[in-house]
Design a protein around this ligand. Structure first.
Ligand code: MN
Length: 130
């Protein structure tokens, strides 16, 4: 089965880019344009990996992460932060907040491929304990 990637991103231009890149990697993409829609899709469709924007109205990326981690059924899905805040220390801040990975925007194909490969490998090896 092809990996299914849920993308939660409120900017449609960024969303279109990420969808295009993931499809070029033979991934099935589930797009959600806000946090509540993303959470609903995560619960219904159980994606392999979630890519989640940080800055969103209603529920931001941290709130989405906390909602997933607070539910034992979804706590093991890797969640990768997508952020425009490309500042020193961002990666550490996102990992400390509980994200499994970090990608800064604009998303780069090679970095995205590496991150997806890393997350799929950690799922396959059973290293995603929480
Ligand atoms: Mn945003």
């Amino acid at each position: 089965m092809l990996p299914t990637i849920l993308v939660i991103e409120d900017n449609e231009i960024n969303m279109d880019l990420v969808i295009f890149l993931l499809r070029s990697m033979d991934m099935v993409v589930l797009p959600a344009l806000n946090g509540p829609a993303g959470l609903a899709m995560a619960k219904k469709l159980r994606p392999s990996i979630i890519l989640c924007d940080i800055q969103m109205p209603e529920l931001d990326g941290f709130a989405v992460l906390n909602a997933l981690r607070g539910n034992a059924k979804f706590a093991n899905i890797p969640v990768v932060a997508l952020t425009a805040l490309a500042m020193d220390g961002d990666r550490e801040r996102m990992l400390a907040a509980g994200f499994d990975g970090y990608l800064s925007k604009p998303i780069d194909l090679e970095e995205l491929q590496l991150e997806i490969r890393t997350q799929l490998a950690s799922i396959a090896s059973g290293l995603t304990y929480r």
